[in-house]
Design a protein around this ligand. Structure first.
Ligand SMILES: C[S@@+](CC[C@H](N)C(=O)[O-])C[C@H]1O[C@@H](n2cnc3c(N)ncnc32)[C@H](O)[C@@H]1O
Ligand code: SF4
Ligand code: SF4
Length: 316
C-alpha cells in the first residue's frame, strides 16, 4: 500500500448526512466520561455512545472540516462524554469554526476559548449537585472557575439542568455563583426519555409551571446574571409547550442543528435529535428548543427549520 493509499484509508470521509445547510452542529468528540451523572441523556442505552468507539484526531479534524464546508456549519458545540478528555483535539478543531463552543463538566479545568463560549455544567448548589454529578465535584469545579483568568476573552457560563428533584435549589444556586468570574448562569430543563421512570421528569407538566414562574422572577431580579429570555421561558408553560415540540418532535425547530454522535466503529451517526434517540418530546425541557421557537416564530428572525426536514417519520 502506498503512503497516499494509507492516508486515504485512515482519513476516511464522513458519513453522508444528505444535503442542506446546518448553521449549528454538535459533536461528541468522545464517548468517554469520568462522571456518570444521573440525568445524562448521552449514555441512554439506545444511543450510539459506546466508549470503545473512537475516531483518531486527524480523521475527526478532516471529517468535521468536510462537514463544515458541505453543510455551511458556522457554530460547532464540542461535547461528549467529556470533551476535555480530548482537549488538544478540541482546541485544534475549535479553530475551524466561526462560532466555537464547548460544554464541559470542568473537572479538568476551564479551557480558554478566545471569542468563544465555554459552558460549565453544575446542577445546583453543592448538596444538590454532588448527588447528581458525584462527590466532591462541586468544590472541584468551583475551584477551577475561581482560578480562571477572567480576562482571557472567553465567555464562561454556568448551566444547571432543572429536574423535578433539584429545582428547589434554583435560587440558592444563583446566590452561590453570583460572585464567580463568569458571564452568567443559564438554566435548561430536563429532557426525559420515553417512559422515563427516573423521577427526574415532571409527569404532569403543569407541575413544572411554578418552576418556570420562579425562573422568570429570578431573571427579572438579576437580568444581567441570569441568561434567559422571559419570552422564551413563557413558551415553556404547559398550556402551550407542545406547540413548540409536538408529541414526537414534529413542531421542534432543532432541524437546523446537526447532531454528530460517535457510532459503531468510530463513525459519525446522526441521532433523532441532539438529546439522542429515545426522547419524550412531549416533555422536552430543552431551553434551546423554545429559544429557537421564540426567535423564529415570535420575533421572525434566525435560520431555524423543523426537524422533520431530515426525518420523514417521527422516530428512526
Ligand atoms: C451531556 S453533557 C456533555 C458535556 C459534559 N460532559 C458536561 O457535562 O457538560 C452536556 C450538557 O447536557 C446536560 N444534560 C445531560 N443530560 C440531560 C438531560 N437529560 N436533559 C437536559 N440536559 C441534560 C448536561 O448537564 C450538560 O450541561
Ligand atoms: S459529565 Fe456530562 S457526559 Fe458525563 S455523565 Fe455527566 S452530563 Fe453526561
Ligand atoms: S429537541 Fe426537539 S426532537 Fe429533541 S426531544 Fe426536544 S422536542 Fe423532541
Amino acid at each position: 500500500m502506498t503512503a497516499n493509499n494509507l492516508r486515504e484509508t485512515v482519513l476516511r470521509d464522513p458519513t453522508d448526512f444528505g444535503e442542506g445547510d446546518y448553521p449549528t452542529a454538535l459533536v461528541n468528540v468522545t464517548n468517554v466520561c469520568n462522571l456518570s451523572c444521573s440525568h445524562c441523556f448521552v449514555f441512554r442505552d439506545d444511543n450510539p455512545a459506546d466508549a470503545r468507539d473512537k475516531m483518531d484526531d486527524a480523521t475527526m479534524l478532516r471529517q468535521i472540516e468536510i462537514l463544515r464546508d458541505k453543510h455551511n456549519i458556522k457554530s460547532m458545540l464540542f461535547m461528549g462524554g467529556e470533551p476535555m478528555i480530548r482537549k488538544d483535539l478540541v482546541m485544534e478543531a475549535a479553530k475551524l469554526f466561526e462560532i466555537p463552543a464547548i460544554v464541559t463538566n470542568a473537572t479538568y479545568g476551564i479551557p480558554k476559548l478566545p471569542g468563544g463560549l465555554v459552558t460549565v455544567s453544575l446542577d445546583g448548589p453543592e448538596h444538590m449537585n454532588d448527588p447528581i454529578r458525584g462527590d466532591g465535584v462541586f468544590q472541584k469545579v468551583k475551584a477551577a472557575v475561581l482560578a480562571r483568568d477572567p480576562d482571557d476573552d472567553t465567555s464562561v457560563m454556568v448551566q444547571m439542568v432543572l429536574t423535578a428533584q433539584n429545582h428547589s435549589g434554583l435560587e440558592e444556586f444563583i446566590e452561590e455563583v453570583r460572585e464567580w468570574p463568569i458571564s452568567g448562569v443559564a438554566f435548561t430543563f430536563y429532557v426525559p426519555r420515553a417512559n422515563d421512570d427516573t423521577g427526574l421528569a415532571w409527569d404532569d407538566l403543569a407541575d413544572r409551571d411554578p418552576v418556570i414562574d420562579r425562573l422568570i422572577a429570578a431573571k427579572k431580579k438579576d437580568p444581567n446574571l441570569v441568561k434567559a429570555n422571559v419570552g422564551t421561558l413563557e413558551l415553556m408553560y404547559s398550556d402551550r409547550c407542545l406547540e413548540y415540540t409536538g408529541e414526537n418532535g414534529e413542531n421542534c425547530l432543532m432541524g437546523s442543528t446537526l447532531p454528530l454522535y460517535m457510532g459503531d466503529g468510530g463513525r459519525f451517526e446522526r441521532t433523532f435529535c441532539c438529546f439522542g434517540n429515545d426522547v419524550d418530546c412531549s416533555h422536552c425541557g430543552g431551553y434551546v428548543v423554545f429559544n429557537s421557537a421564540y426567535h423564529k416564530q415570535i420575533k421572525g428572525e434566525g435560520e431555524y427549520h423543523h426537524r422533520s426536514r431530515y426525518f420523514s417519520k417521527p422516530k428512526p
